[in-house]
Design a protein around this ligand. Structure first.
Ligand code: CDT
Length: 308
C-alpha cells in the first residue's frame, strides 16, 4: 500500500548578522506559503535557520553568545510560524540554537506536527570544527565550543504515516548516523545544513563541496533504504560563501527534487514511504544480511588504529 507525504525542502539564502528574528520568520512564512501552494504537507528548514551561522565568530563574553540562542520554542518570534503552519495543516522541521532551562546549549532541530504539537527534538551529535579560537582561519567554526553533544542520540518517531528520524549538517557525513536510524526502520530522514564552500584546514576539498554533500546523502539514503531531505542555508553569509544543493533523495539514492539557486527557494517531492520496503526487504534486509559480530570496532573504538 502506498504511503506518500509531499515534502518541501525550504532552502534559505543567507541570514545576515543584524537581521532580526521576526524578519527571518517572515521569510520562513513565505517559504511555507510557497510550499503549501505546491501541495506540501511537511516543510523542512535549514540548520540554525533563525540566525546567521554564528559559530563563525569567537565570543568571549557569555552574554554575546546568549543572543543567538532560544530559551523557548515556540518563542515570541517563531509563534507566527507555528500558528500559520497549524492553520494550513502543515508540519515542519526547524533548526535553532537551544539553551535549556538548566543552561545546556545544543544545536537542535524540532519536528512539529500538522496540528502544531511538537513531535520531537533532535540535538546534534557530530559537532564539527574546534573549541578554541584559531586566528589563522579566515573564519572560525566553533561548534565544539558553543554546543554540547546531543545526549539523546539518533531517535525515530512515528509521524506523517511513517518512521521519521533527524540529523543535522555534519551528521550527514557519518554512516553511523544513518545506520542507527536505519536499524530503527527509518523511512524519512530530515536534516538541515550550513556548509561553507571553504574548509580552512583542507582548502583542497573546496571544489568538491557540492559533490560530497550529495554523495553522503545519496549513499545514506540508499544504504539504509530511506528518503533523505537535506536543506541548506546557502549563499554569501557575512562574506562566507555557503553551498546550496538542497535535495530530496529517494531510497534508490536518486535525487527526486533539488534547489537550483543559492537563495530562498522550495523544492518539492511526493515521497512515497512504501518505496523503502523493497530495499528493506531485499538488498538491505538487515536481519538477514548484516553481520554485527564483525562490526565491534564501530563502537569499541573512536579513532583509527592503523597497523604498524
Ligand atoms: N554546520 C556544519 O556542521 N558544517 C559542517 C562543516 C564542516 S567542513 C567539512 C558540515 O559538515 O557541513
Amino acid at each position: 500500500m502506498s504511503r506518500a507525504v509531499t515534502v518541501a525542502a525550504a532552502q534559505m539564502g543567507p541570514v545576515q548578522r543584524d537581521e532580526p528574528r521576526a524578519d527571518v520568520v517572515e521569510r520562513l512564512l513565505t517559504l511555507l506559503h510557497d510550499a503549501h501552494a505546491l501541495g506540501a504537507e511537511l516543510v523542512v528548514y535549514p540548520e540554525l535557520a533563525l540566525t546567521t551561522f554564528f559559530p563563525r565568530w569567537y565570543f568571549e563574553d557569555e552574554r554575546e553568545l546568549d543572543v543567538w540562542f532560544e530559551t523557548e520554542m515556540p518563542s515570541v518570534d517563531t509563534k507566527p510560524l507555528f500558528d500559520e503552519a497549524a492553520r494550513l495543516g502543515m508540519g515542519f522541521c526547524l533548526g535553532f540554537a537551544e539553551k535549556t532551562a538548566d543552561g545546556h546549549r545544543y544545536n537542535t532541530q524540532v519536528l512539529v506536527a500538522s496540528d502544531g504539537h511538537e513531535i520531537g527534538r533532535y540535538r546534534k551529535v557530530h559537532l564539527p570544527g574546534h573549541a578554541e579560537h584559531e586566528p589563522w582561519r579566515a573564519f572560525q567554526h566553533l561548534e565544539k565550543r558553543y554546543f554540547e553533544v546531543g545526549p539523546d542520540g539518533f531517535q525515530v518517531w512515528r509521524a506523517f504515516d511513517g518512521i521519521v528520524g533527524m540529523m543535522i549538517c555534519n551528521d550527514r557525513r557519518w554512516p553511523e548516523a544513518y545506520r542507527v536510524l536505519g536499524l530503527q526502520g527509518v523511512e524519512l530522514v530530515l536534516l538541515g545544513y550550513n556548509t561553507p564552500v571553504h574548509n580552512p584546514p583542507a582548502p583542497e576539498h573546496d571544489r568538491l563541496g557540492d559533490f560530497h554533500n550529495h554523495l553522503v546523502m545519496q549513499s545514506g539514503a540508499y544504504q539504509n533504504a530511506t528518503w533523505v531531505v537535506g536543506v541548506a542555508k546557502a549563499g554569501n553569509e557575512e562574506g562566507v560563501p555557503m553551498i546550496g544543493g538542497s535535495a530530496i533523495i529517494a531510497p534508490s539514492g536518486e535525487i527526486a527534487a533539488m534547489c537550483t539557486t543559492l537563495g530562498d527557494e522550495v523544492a518539492v517531492a511526493r515521497c512515497d514511504l512504501s518505496q523503502c520496503d523493497s530495499y528493506k526487504q531485499t538488498v538491505f534486509n538487515f536481519g538477514r544480511h548484516r553481520e554485527p559480530d564483525h562490526y565491534g570496532r564501530i563502537t569499541s573504538q573512536r579513532g583509527a588504529e592503523p597497523l604498524t
